[in-house]
Design a binder for this molecule. Structure first.
Ligand code: ATP
Length: 530
């Protein structure tokens, strides 16, 4: 070895003196620090880049996923995948270069140790290997705890998100305590798992050092009484063996980390695959052209195999017509609208626009021309203006104002402290239900849809607000094709036609005045009960 060093020094034309040696050692350490810094920086760049891309892709895929898939997802789970599970994926990615560095360092120490003291080195490796194998059951246990912990953390995300969206109901029913108790139970289970995981991990890790010390002591005891004991060689051997044990210890730690993170990484990969596969199909390439009629021909739909939700649906809606849809709760009205919105596809039958199957029309075109206002109004914590424009930069200020005018919202918006620039609060809490509804209607009308669908849009409103909305809809009569689902019959008595659905079938259709004359009609009965 020392001969090799001497040869190396003469090769680079340097005298092997203490001063040169010290300078060389210092230089080597500086170079090592610089290389480690660069290595760490590259590693940080790769992992942060991976994290950004993976998160963006998952977010994008989830937004683009189909409605049936999204309906099955629990609130808060996506967020959990993007934070908790992603963290583990990144950690495992970080482990790879660390592992390469550790294996390389280990091999260097191993080769040198093998040259100085072959028997002791081989013995150290055997003991290290046995130690590694003996600890495997504990490592597997860590993996199982980690799996359980992952599911509990997912549940926490779900519970917190779900409960915070329903806080008003929770407070009014004074359900805070039982819900917090539910949370406490989960937190306790997590605490229990974390402790067990800690014990299992540390049993495997903390044993490596004492075993290495015992091993070195035994080696010392044995070699001290051997003939030709050389202290310098012994110290070098001890140092190298100790380094080898450090790397065995590191391997143990990495395996532990790996097993802790694997369930999360696998779940993330699985979820990402499912989300990607569930992508909403873009539809055909035909343009949206509505000059004559929207027709549903023998349409049937079922959510599962158990029962049929809609069957034998035949409806023809002329351009410019206003159609009211009525029927008891659970009849299938919203399902019918969801089919027209192309959130679901009919199980059988076809929906056509001017004779063209709507599935052949580009979905983006369809969504652009079909406006939808549901009873669940979604407002962002932004200004009135931003809520009406809603991320569509092509909608001008004039269109926003026009949308508000058509929705009968101009008056109340101008009464707000900052008019269109007033913040509406979280989910629009600073506004009344009627005002929120009119902003949602203005948002759709600013986009000048060809077909407007209102799903029970007036159900939660007071008489004054309902009158305002009714007036807005009346103004659209003949200009836009409108389909309204309403429980309040006053909203639809001005419709051109009413379609009544019961138990997934059309039970009657006709002009409101004609249906009201027929005393056995559904409309007449509901009108007289109401
Ligand atoms: P309401 O007036 O109460 O809103 P509706 O007429 O709009 O009722 P739909 O919401 O269309 O009725 O529901 C029709 C039937 O389909 C109901 O029996 C309902 O339980 C069922 N249903 C609705 N959504 C789903 C779903 N995602 N999965 C399974 N069944 C569903």
């Amino acid at each position: 070895m020392s001969l090799g060093i001497q040869q190396f020094f003469s090769f680079i034309h340097l005298d092997l003196r203490v001063r040169t040696l010290l300078v060389l050692i210092c230089t080597l350490f500086v170079i090592k620090a610089v290389i480690i810094f660069i290595f760490d920086y590259i590693q940080a760049r790769i992992t942060s880049n991976y994290e950004r891309e993976a998160k963006s892709k998952l977010y994008e895929d989830a937004m683009a996923a189909s409605w049936p898939f999204l309906l099955k997802q629990k609130i808060g789970h996506l967020e959990n995948y993007m934070t908790q599970e992603m963290k583990w994926a990144v950690r495992i990615l970080q482990m790879i270069p660390d592992l390469i560095l550790d294996v390389t360092s280990f091999l260097i120490y191993f080769i040198i140790a093998l040259r100085i003291a072959p028997y002791v080195t081989v013995l150290a490796i055997i003991i290290g290997g046995v130690l590694f194998l003996l600890m495997r059951p504990l490592v597997v246990r860590v993996k199982n705890y980690s799996k359980e912990e992952r599911l509990l953390l997912k549940e926490v995300s779900h519970q917190v998100n779900e409960n915070f969206t329903g806080l008003k109901t929770i407070k009014s029913l004074q359900a805070e305590e039982p819900l917090v108790d539910e949370g406490r139970k989960i937190f306790k289970q997590i605490e229990f798992l974390r402790l067990r995981m800690h014990v299992s991990k540390h049993l495997t890790l903390d044993l490596v050092q004492p075993i290495s010390v015992i091993f070195v002591s035994v080696v010392f005891a044995v070699s001290y009484f051997q003939k030709g004991f050389n202290l310098a060689v012994f110290v070098a051997t001890v140092y190298l063996i100790q380094r080898i044990f450090v790397y065995i210890d590191k391997a143990q730690r990495t395996t532990n980390q790996f097993y802790s993170g694997m369930p999360n990484l696998l779940a993330l990969i699985d979820f990402s695959d499912n989300v990607r596969r569930a992508r909403e199909l873009p539809g055909g390439d035909k343009k949206f052209s509505f000059t004559k009629e929207l027709a549903l021909r023998d349409v049937a739909f079922s959510y599962g195999k158990a029962r049929t939700t809609l069957s034998g649906i035949n409806i023809r809606i002329n351009k410019g017509e206003m159609i009211g849809i009525i029927g008891p709760s659970g009849a299938g009205k919203t399902t019918l609208i969801d089919l027209i919105l192309r959130l679901f596809s009919p199980t059988s039958g076809v929906i056509e626009l001017d004779g063209q199957a709507i599935s052949d029309i580009s979905l983006a075109e369809w969504r652009k021309n079909v406006g939808y206002v549901s009873q669940e109004i979604f407002l962002k914590n932004a200004t009135v203006f931003e809520n009406i424009r809603f991320y569509d930069e092509s909608i001008s200020k004039e269109k926003v104002i026009e949308g508000a005018r058509l929705a009968n919202a101009t008056q109340f918006i101008s009464d707000l402290p900052n008019g269109f620039e007033t913040m509406v609060g979280e989910r629009g809490v600073y506004l009344s239900a009627g005002q929120r509804q009119r902003i949602a209607l203005a948002r759709i009308l600013a986009r000048s849809p060809e077909l407007l669908i209102l799903d029970e849009a007036t159900a939660a409103l007071d008489n004054e607000s309902e009158k305002m909305i009714k007036l807005a809809i009346e103004n659209l009569h003949g200009k836009v094709t409108v389909i309204i689902i309403a429980h309040r019959l006053t909203t639809i008595l001005d419709a051109d036609r009413i379609i009544a659905i019961d138990d997934g079938k059309i039970v009657e259709t006709g002009a409101p005045a004609d249906l009201l004359e027929n005393h056995s009609s559904y409309l007449y009965k509901v009108n007289n009960i109401g």
